[in-house]
Design a protein around this ligand. Structure first.
Ligand code: ASP
Length: 345
């Protein structure tokens, strides 16, 4: 006889956990401990579902790295007793949160699936039920008595993505997320189909889970736009204690090749500030040196973010900056796939 799969739902906040009080029309928090009662269809999944909620659920706009640490601590404390985790957050910053969590959990051997919804769980036309039910099904899916997914995923509107490849693309449509540079890990239609060849395989299955709770927050995202001034760039690069910059460039990693711009960046790099080049395009990769307008960046030591998303680049910077790496090692690690977040050249 096989024992039931144990799934832990972690509710941090966001629309998915809201129901309407039909007397007042106001949205109020949903009691996840009564989830199976409220969504009886969950009985059919044949798993034990438990839940934990943040003491004070938050809108995901209020997320920060302390909350990330709370979240990974909940996973760490419950790792042995559960077979899979479903994390509910608001969708607005879900890609940032889930990307960071993917770096904070090393040697993950169990599914951690993020989901949320555009409409509250109690709404007639809600997308919350499908997102939640299928996320639980994914977290409970096994093959040869082992979990199929052993990484941090993000499930929304019939698709499971690698979380650290995603971006929120719509504030309106149920299809709120996309992963432009990596195909879906699973698709839910009449059948739930996993693209198994795309899933992360942890080579060292015996390695214990390592949970990293400390991230360096002295980072900034500098998005270029035609007309950006020397004052703006200089002021940003002079931020006290600044350690890392995600430089959002044009196209395949291009930026002005004016001397004031390159000089400012070079000076920052000499002060040991790590600068990573990420494209503003939603798909495709940075190719440093491909055009004259990125050649200078390469020369002064800007690190190529290849096809990483901005969300994931912020998370990876915060993670690697805490690791006390030499300049060369930092570059090597940044350009290497640590959790499947980047397509190595
Ligand atoms: N503002 C909400 C949040 O991100 C939206 C959502 O739940 O999707 O927390």
């Amino acid at each position: 006889m096989t024992s039931k799969i144990n799934i832990l739902i972690i509710y941090t906040g966001g629309t998915i956990g809201m129901i309407k009080d039909y007397k007042t029309n106001a949205l109020k928090a949903f009691d996840f401990s009564r989830i199976v009662e409220k969504i009886p269809e969950l009985e059919q999944l044949k798993c034990n579902i438990s839940s934990i909620s943040f003491e004070e659920p938050i809108d995901s706009s209020n997320m920060n790295t302390d909350y990330y640490a709370t979240l990974v601590t909940i996973i760490e404390e419950n790792y042995k007793n559960f077979d899979g985790f479903v994390v509910l957050t608001g969708s607005d910053t879900m890609s940032y949160i889930a990307s960071a969590v993917s770096f904070m959990l090393e040697n993950l051997q169990k599914p951690v699936i993020f989901t949320g919804s555009q409409l509250p769980i109690g709404d007639l036309r809600t997308d919350a039920k499908e997102n939640l039910i299928t996320s639980i099904e994914i977290a409970a899916s096994r093959k040869n008595n082992k979990p199929i997914v052993k990484e941090v995923g993000l499930y929304f509107e019939y698709k499971l993505y690698r979380a650290n490849r995603t971006t929120k693309i719509s504030a309106e449509h149920f299809e709120a997320f996309a992963a432009m540079n990596y195909p879906p890990l699973a698709e839910s239609g009449v059948h739930l189909k996993f693209n198994e060849h795309l899933l992360l395989e942890n080579k060292n299955q015996k390695a214990p889970l390592i949970v990293r709770k400390k991230l360096v927050t002295d980072v900034v995202v500098l998005k270029l736009y035609p007309g950006i001034t020397v004052q703006v760039v200089a002021t940003i690069l002079q931020i006290k204690n600044l350690k890392g910059v995600v430089l959002e460039t044009y196209g395949s990693g291009n930026a002005p090749n004016t001397s004031w711009f390159l000089n400012l960046l070079e000076k920052a790099i000499q002060q040991n500030i790590k600068i990573v080049n990420v494209t503003q395009c939603s798909g495709g990769s940075v190719i440093l040196g491909h055009y004259d307008t990125s050649f200078g960046l390469k020369e002064i030591g800007v690190i190529s973010g290849l096809d990483i998303t901005t969300e994931s680049a912020v998370a990876k910077l915060m993670y690697l900056l805490n690791e006390d790496l030499s300049t060369e090692a930092f570059k090597t690690y940044f350009q290497k796939s640590l959790r499947g977040e980047i397509s190595e050249k």
